[in-house]
Write a protein that binds this ligand. Sequence first.
Ligand code: NAD
Ligand code: DAU
Length: 351
Amino acid sequence: MKTILITGGAGFIGSHVVRLFVKKYPDYKIVNLDKLTYAGNLANLRDVEPSSNYVFEKADITDAETIASMFARYRFDGVIHLAAESHVDRSISNPMEFIMTNIVGTVNLLNAARETWKDNREGKRFYHISTDEVFGSLGVEGKFVETTPYDPRSPYSASKASSDHLVRAYFHTFHLPVVLSNCSNNYGPYQFPEKLIPLFIHNIRNNKPLPVYGKGENVRDWLYVEDHARAIDLIFHKGRVGETYNIGGDNEWQNISLIKKLCEIMDRKLARPEGESQKLITYVKDRAGHDLRYAIDAGKIEKELGWKPSIKFTEGFEATVDWYLENEEWLNNVTSGDYQKYYEEQYVKRG
Ligand code: NAD
Ligand code: DAU
């Protein structure tokens, strides 16, 4: 039986990865290690909890001693590292949390894996999940490939870039068997409603303004979260050691077009008159250092591992809206308490 550590498994993408692995690999023991920050929620994994091959450990990856003791206890065969501070706006208001979790936390995991596997690295694997934001911002043309030079522009992307460099350094210097991937924007169930799509679904539902940054002209490449989880499964098992794979949806949307599409869907689902939700669109001050455009060339993972997005955007988007409308209790739970304070700070002051 293999024992696999998944960090950040109570978050958005992590919960989909945990679910996939627990169900698909009954002969793996899956250890989900998560600090349960505001973004980590065990309600994302209720269906997985009773499984005999699933264990949850509440721990902070910035705590080197605890991380070392987890590795000593479980002797992990593989690591899939997703734990991170992940929201760009929060990184602008509080960069230090991002430095600690994304950089120091990653190094703690690298050190623990290096120590645990020092006598035998055979079949071991440290998989670091990263983002396309490390490549910076594109103009109207071109796509990011794996060799695009890093040019991060927010404290979030700079912290992720830094962790990517460290993971590669441990491969070159210490021969740690690593693999990495850089993915575009994910959407789907269980995403914390500070990110564009769930936030706007929540606001439309509650007749609250839709705060569009700047002119809404920024472009993102959207991928359904389960397709990302499938890519992670493939890369973890079949990706070449030391390599990086770009993952993307081949699905670019200007924010304002995506938002108008969402408004249309919401009018239909909520039986509101056509055009009603669009009236909530409110242009607000732009995000500082707002990257104009991201787009991924996923040719390498397609060619080497046969991965392609399987869920069409129109279907995935509708299914996502349905999920949030059907899971109002989940949304209400995560938007109470501290979230209210965060929302006030981000938006009410921003005007
Ligand atoms: P998320 O914010 O939803 O979840 C992050 C998880 O990490 C939470 O469960 C949180 O509790 C946990 N965590 C945070 N700090 C921790 C710490 N110090 N110790 C232990 N656990 C901690 O994030 P997400 O959107 O699911 O992103 C997961 C990973 O994928 C991140 O590394 C992110 O950079 C990367 N990524 C995200 C996207 C996206 O569109 N969301 C795209 C590409 C890459
Ligand atoms: O590209 C991958 C990245 O995608 C991940 O690494 C990050 O973890 C993830 O948060 C996401 O980053 P973005 O900044 O692109 O996602 P966000 O949902 O915050 O914003 C998407 C776009 O919408 C972006 O151009 C900013 C804009 N936006 C966002 C919010 C929250 C608004 O116009 N208004 C908003 O209220």
